[in-house]
Design a protein around this ligand. Structure first.
Ligand code: HEM
Ligand code: HEM
Length: 131
């Protein structure tokens, strides 16, 4: 397994643990964590746990399923950097209730999704006749 894909899977698991902890702290001591806590928890779980796990598994498995190598390793590396810069910045934005900061992080996280989409489409596109 490519080192980058191991990172995606491991980081996804860490976000899952963090997101659960945030929710439990929120339920135990409301007000302890500042800002929009449900939003923070939701996006740690979805963009962090679920999406990072999908990134890691898909980047490993889809080239093998399609019988072709990944279109661009470099694009997938940038996907790792952008998505892992984006989510913490979004979280900081929701902690501080600064919409522009959520937007800045969101642009980075979204750029990661765009790179992933392009890379996977170019990897699984059919070659030769349709079967
Ligand atoms: C670890 C166990 C979990 C606990 C204890 C938990 C608890 C909570 C709590 C207390 C809220 C806030 C409800 C409110 O608005 O008052 C919430 C919202 C939410 N949770 Fe969880 N949750 C857990 C796991 C998950 C998982 C696995 C996911 C998704 C993969 C998830 C996604 C969401 C989303 C999307 C919201 C709504 C966020 C929003 O309103 O913006 N949660 N959860
Ligand atoms: C590109 C990255 C993303 C950005 C910038 C983003 C941004 C936002 C923002 C600003 C809100 C709050 C909207 C409001 O004020 O009501 C929101 C809500 C939400 N987002 Fe995201 N999001 C992103 C990715 C995702 C993903 C990948 C998922 C699910 C897999 C998701 C699930 C949700 C959910 C469930 C809510 C709560 C909706 C509700 O209140 O009913 N988001 N998101």
């Amino acid at each position: 397994m490519h080192k980058r894909n191991r990172w995606f899977v491991s980081i996804g698991l860490l976000y899952g643990l963090l997101g659960g902890l945030v929710a439990l702290v929120y339920l135990t001591a409301p007000g302890f964590i500042p800002g929009d806590v449900p939003r923070i928890h939701g996006h740690i779980m979805l963009l962090g746990f679920v999406v990072m796990m999908i990134y890691g598994v898909a980047l490993h498995v889809l080239p093998r399923f399609s019988g072709q190598s990944l279109y661009s390793e470099r694009m997938a590396n940038w996907q790792l950097y952008l998505s892992n810069a984006g989510l913490p910045i979004m979280i900081a934005g929701w902690l501080l209730m600064l919409n522009w900061l959520v937007l800045a992080g969101g642009v980075l996280a979204y750029s990661g999704i765009v790179l992933f989409a392009i890379n996977i489409i170019l990897t699984v596109k059919p070659t030769g006749p349709w079967r």
